[in-house]
Design a protein around this ligand. Structure first.
Ligand code: PLP
Length: 424
């Protein structure tokens, strides 16, 4: 086996260190496999219950009326998430769009959004209007309030109680830490938060940004009271086979509003051609639990290896995980560049290019990104990125297979070693 790794230019020293670390992860990996097994069964059961058939793979065109595949897919998603209804569409362009859609569809002028878990994901700042942007919800008279987590990561229940007003209509709860340093929320904790909020205002809409969290646990936020649960198909639930798209699952009345907003009042869910994508969406969902498990193993492997070398990692190698993102504080510009170079060099696509920092719109510092993906921007595929500023954090995620994630982490270590940034 090591001969194969040597062919990728990985040194004996890197391999020896990594082998020792991997041996210590056996129990961890077993637990991930058990969760994947449970989620796999959950998906298959839903597909059987809704009688997925060959006919579901035929796509519609034009208006997309009577699209058996699309309708069945949405029923399957609703079942997997134990929700009343679902909207799963290629026309939802990404996770940000899905979240913007869910909010815009269910809010009216004068309503207020509350985030009880601190600042939401970067792209939502423009959506909500935290940062002025054309077309933001703020322009439509929708206001926003935020309560940060306590310094120890716990919910600030008293401040949340005070922040819930007469016009608080929707609660935005982000499951994953995203690119922040707060802990990712377990589904159980999301459930506690929703129960608390319900006890104060029963009719509020509890929406969870589920990006990167799907299938990392046996239950999903809709199992603990979320009214809406939203995510991207080029992350976990697309299983690497969905080339684009987003999903919203939850209460029927709120999903209907989303459909009217996505297409048009009066049309709703009845239109929206699936073109040729139904098969990808079904097969991707089918594979998603196992793909997510591979990504989780890669994240734990990276955490353990880098932690062992003294780099701060979030989460660490032993704590429980509720999303697939791994942050490593590399501490130097050279470290960040070397890490990303290694991830790129391990890719099945574009392995021969060297990622360079660039001025990405909307970011104050230059950003470097490594990805050699089959689908553009797909972050269930092995990818890494980070802003070129102190403390030089890299955010690493994905890997359609554990073996590819492993190769990526090894290549990153190897680049770090070649640059003299680690000693083994
Ligand atoms: C990725 C992500 C989004 C946005 O998804 P895009 O598909 O990149 O628009 C929103 N929230 C969280 C937590 C995410 O990880």
């Amino acid at each position: 086996m090591n001969d194969m790794y040597l062919k990728f230019g990985i040194s004996e020293a890197v391999l020896a260190y990594a082998d020792k670390t991997e041996q210590g992860l056996t129990e961890r990996f077993k637990a991930i496999d058990r969760n994947a097994e449970y989620c796999q069964l959950k998906v298959i059961k839903a597909m059987q219950e809704h009688r997925v058939s060959e006919g579901c793979f035929e796509g519609s065109t034009g208006y997309g009326y009577n699209d058996l595949g699309r309708e069945t897919l949405e029923a399957v998603y609703a079942s997997v998430f134990h929700a009343e209804d679902a909207l799963v569409r290629a026309q939802i362009t990404c996770g940000t769009h899905a979240l913007a859609l869910a909010m815009a569809a269910n809010l009216r002028p004068g309503d207020e959004i509350l985030s009880p878990v601190g600042k939401p994901y970067d792209t939502l700042e423009s959506v909500i209007g935290i940062k002025d942007a054309p077309g933001s919800l703020k322009e439509f008279g929708i206001t926003y309030r935020q309560v940060d987590l306590n310094p120890d990561g716990s919910f600030a229940f008293d401040r949340i109680r005070e922040a819930i007003r007469e016009n608080t209509k929707l609660i935005e709860i982000q499951r994953s830490k995203g690119y922040a340093t707060r802990p990712t929320l377990s589904v159980e904790r999301i459930g506690e938060l929703i129960s608390f909020i319900r006890s104060i205002k029963p009719d509020v809409i509890c929406m969870v940004d589920n990006c990167y969290g799907e299938f990392t646990e046996p239950i999903e936020p809709t199992d603990v009271g979320a009214d809406l649960c939203v995510g991207s198909l080029i992350k976990n639930p697309g299983g690497g086979l969905a080339p684009c798209g987003g999903y919203i699952v939850g209460k029927k009345e709120y999903i209907e509003q989303c459909a009217y907003r996505l297409t048009s009042p009066g049309l709703g869910k009845e239109v929206g051609a699936s073109v040729g994508l139904n098969r990808n969406f079904f097969q991707g969902l089918f594979l998603a639990p196992v793909v997510t498990a591979g990504a989780l193993k890669g994240a734990i492997y990276a955490a353990s290896l880098y932690e062992g070398l003294g780099f701060p990692v979030v989460p660490n190698g032993t704590e429980p995980r509720y999303d697939i993102i791994q942050a490593v504080t590399l501490g130097s510009r050279e470290g960040l560049l070397a890490f990303c170079k290694g991830i790129q060099a391990a890719a099945p696509v574009d392995s021969y290019v060297t990622p360079e920092p660039w001025d990405m719109p909307g970011y104050s510092d230059q950003v470097i990104m490594a990805a050699g993906a089959f689908y553009q921007g797909s972050s269930i595929e092995l990818s890494a990125d980070g802003p070129l500023c102190e403390p030089y954090n890299v955010y690493f995620q994905g890997g359609l297979t554990w073996y590819h994630a492993k190769l990526g982490v090894l290549m990153s270590l190897n680049e770090m070693a070649k640059a003299g940034l680690i000693r083994l």
